[in-house]
Design a binder for this molecule. Sequence first.
Ligand code: NCD
Length: 305
Amino acid sequence: MKHLIDSIDLSVADIERLLDLADDISNHPVKYQDACKYKKLATLFFEPSTRTRLSFEAAMLELGGSVLGFSSADSSSATKGESIADTARTVACYADIIAMRHPKEGSAYVAAQSVDIPIVNAGDGGHNHPTQTLTDLLTIRREKKRLDNFTIGFCGDLKFGRTVHSLIKALSRYENINFIMISPEELQIPEYLKEDVFKKNNITLTEVERMEDVMPKLDILYMTRVQRERFFNEADYVRLKDSYILDLDKLETAKKDLAILHPLPRVNEISVKVDNDSRACYFSQAMNGKHVRMALILDLLGVQV
Ligand code: NCD
């Protein structure tokens, strides 16, 4: 692996290698504390972020490396009209690896074409978010001890939610996963995923509107927020934003070992009362994000420990 742009770039072997390494890092952090000494990570975030940027930065710091970068387009030369390719080429003179988030689909790919150092896509518009996928896979593997043979429900904004798109692609590589999509009709997964992932691989896709109808079947429930920033008009967002609110009543019929995931940030879609339920995994998921990003940085930089 030279870059990580799309979750479909990850083979099952890549995923296993990275998740095993993430487990080893979290069990033996001291072993890795100087692994990236004198290496620099640049975080180029043209869009807001809390977990992704800070977990990337924490990951590099815990590997003994350093970080530089910007956290909004306003503070970069993008406001002066600089292209993504030129920004990437410039930053490649100052850093060993780049994590980049940008509102335009395909932006990380463009950056990767322009430089020799590894580029990690930290979210490109409504398209992809492969490091969140690694985070989600690590969380599922830690909770369920497997990455196959389960029923997963994706709920919320499945149209614009890039974490959903990326995770679906990665999970399509595993056996016997039952995919249930829970969304209003307007927020269903994009047509290209229905064709390229489900039809092409002969994977059954179930689409429903009511969460209650499928709750008892689920082993994993992947909640998402409605992606306000990708809507064309505010009225549609306001109409759809509270389509789903997961609360303790709705969990009555759920399995006792259901794992509730959410990439976060949460808006209204999970009641805070659910946070103390043993099935809520979203904060440990955020912690897992640091460990997989540490593993990914080591892998892409070719550092052996
Ligand atoms: C997600 C994203 O940026 O796509 N957040 C994250 O990275 N954990 C999900 C979201 O913003 O809704």
